[in-house]
Design a protein around this ligand. Structure first.
Ligand SMILES: [Zn+2]
Length: 91
């Protein structure tokens, strides 16, 4: 009975054996197979937690950036079209 952990960003997947209490840890236990992976828990209410696995910091960052609201281009334009610096002349 094996399970698969999948990177939520790039789709890379790893098979692991689930761990059970009062038994020796299998060689391919989740904690061993997913060494170096990152898991984010999102609390969504009573008894409801979403978990996302990521194979690397890069994949985690890619996912985090995708969660951020997009900054409207018009907002950025306000900075680009700001007043230009005037050259100062010697006194
Ligand atoms: Zn990944």
């Amino acid at each position: 009975m094996r399970r698969v952990a999948t990177c939520h960003s790039c789709g890379k997947s790893m098979e692991y054996a689930p761990c059970f209490e009062r038994r020796a840890l299998p060689e391919d236990a989740r904690c061993n197979v997913l060494s170096g992976w990152l898991t984010v828990s999102q609390w969504k209410g009573i008894g409801y937690i979403d978990q996302y696995d990521f194979c690397s910091i890069d994949c985690l960052l890619t996912w985090v950036k995708a969660q951020l609201p997009q900054i409207p281009e018009t907002f950025l334009d306000a900075f680009r079209d700001g007043p230009t610096q005037k050259e100062t002349t010697g006194e």
